[in-house]
Design a protein around this ligand. Structure first.
Ligand code: ADP
Length: 286
C-alpha cells in the first residue's frame, strides 16, 4: 500500500499502523488487513473513477442491514477518497469455517432480516450486483419488479453482448404468464441480495456476519436461491431458516427462476460458460 495512504489512515484512526497485509478473494478491489497495537481493520481501495460511489453504496447496504439488528455486518468506519484512491474502511472480522451450529444461527438471523418489510419491492436507491448496475425502481407487484428490474435488464445486456439471440429472449407477456402463478402472496422482505458463500463470515466466537450486499426489498427466497447456486450452505442453515419462514410447494420452481437472474449476471460478467445453465432455465419456464 502507498505510504501516503497509510499515513492518512493512521491519522484518521489516530493510531499507529503496525502491520498491513493483503487480503485475497475479492475480484473488484484491492483489500488489506490493517493492524494497530489494539485493533484490526479491513480496507478496500480502488482507483476507478466510479469506485467512491460503489463504496458508498456498499457502506449504505451494510449499514441498512446492520441497523435492523437481525444479522451483523462489519461496522463501517470511513468511506472516502484520498489522492486517486477511493477507500472503504471497516471493522476486520477474524473468521473461521462454519460449524453446523454457526449455520443454524446464520439461517435464523437471515430469516429475521427477511422479516423486515416495506410497502414496495425495490429500494429508494439503485446499487450493484457484482460490478453491474442493479435497478431498484420500486413496484407494488413482485412479478412486475422481477421482470422489469431484474430479468429484462440482464437479458437485454446479454443480447447487446451477443451472448443471447433475440429469439432466445422471452417476451414480457410470456414471462408474465409463466411467473404470475408462481408469485402469489409475496411480501417485500429486506434481502442481502448477493448471498453466496463468499459473502458471509463466521467470526472466531461464532457470530455470523454478512458482507458485500446488494440490498433491496424482494422475495425472501431470492437469498435462498443464491445460497444454493454454487453448492449450498450447511443443512442446518435451511432447517433453522424454515422454522421461522417456511418454504412452500412453489419454492423449488421459484429457486430456479431466482437463480436465472444470478446466472444471467454471471453470463454477462464472465461469458459463455454460463450460457447452458441460463438456457436450461429459460427453456424450462418460458
Ligand atoms: P471485492 O468487493 O473486491 O469482491 P470482498 O468484499 O469480496 O472484495 O472482499 C475480499 C476478501 O476479503 C474476501 O475474501 C472476504 O472474505 C474478505 N473480507 C471482506 N470483508 C471483510 C471484513 N470486514 N473482515 C475480514 N475479511 C473481510
Amino acid at each position: 500500500m502507498q505510504t501516503d495512504l497509510k499515513i492518512h489512515l493512521s491519522g484518521i484512526l489516530d493510531e499507529d499502523i503496525k502491520h498491513v497485509s493483503s487480503v485475497h478473494g475479492g475480484d473488484i478491489s484491492t483489500a488489506y488487513k490493517i493492524e494497530t497495537a489494539t485493533n484490526a481493520y479491513f480496507l478496500k481501495t480502488n482507483q476507478a473513477s466510479s469506485a467512491l460511489n460503489m463504496f458508498e453504496i456498499e457502506a449504505n447496504g451494510l449499514n441498512l442491514i446492520g441497523y435492523t439488528n437481525t444479522i451483523k455486518t462489519p461496522k463501517v468506519l470511513v468511506c472516502d477518497s484520498f489522492e486517486n484512491h477511493a477507500f472503504l474502511l471497516m471493522e476486520f472480522i477474524e473468521s473461521k469455517s462454519p460449524s453446523a451450529k454457526d449455520f443454524e444461527h446464520l439461517g435464523q438471523q437471515l430469516a429475521r432480516l427477511h422479516q423486515c418489510t416495506s410497502e414496495n419491492f425495490g429500494l429508494g436507491t439503485d446499487n450493484f450486483i457484482g460490478s453491474l448496475p442493479q435497478s431498484n425502481t420500486q413496484h407494488s407487484n413482485w412479478c412486475d419488479f422481477y421482470i422489469h428490474e431484474r430479468l429484462r435488464p440482464q437479458l437485454k445486456l446479454a443480447h447487446q453482448k451477443h451472448l443471447l439471440d433475440s429469439a432466445e429472449i422471452p417476451s414480457v407477456q410470456k414471462m408474465n404468464n409463466s411467473l404470475s402463478p408462481l408469485f402469489k402472496n409475496i411480501k417485500p422482505a429486506l434481502l442481502h441480495g448477493d448471498l453466496w458463500s463468499g459473502n458471509y463470515l463466521i467470526s472466531k466466537d461464532g457470530t455470523p456476519y454478512v458482507i458485500d450486499p446488494a440490498v433491496y426489498f424482494g422475495h425472501n427466497e431470492v437469498d435462498i436461491a443464491m445460497s444454493k447456486l454454487f453448492g449450498g450452505f450447511g443443512e442446518s442453515f435451511y432447517q433453522s431458516y424454515a422454522e421461522i419462514i417456511p418454504f412452500s410447494n412453489e419454492t423449488s420452481a421459484r429457486i430456479d427462476i431466482y437463480q436465472l437472474y444470478y446466472l444471467l449476471v454471471h453470463l454477462n460478467l464472465f461469458g459463455n460458460s454460463y450460457r447452458n445453465s441460463v438456457k436450461t432455465i429459460l427453456d424450462k419456464y418460458f
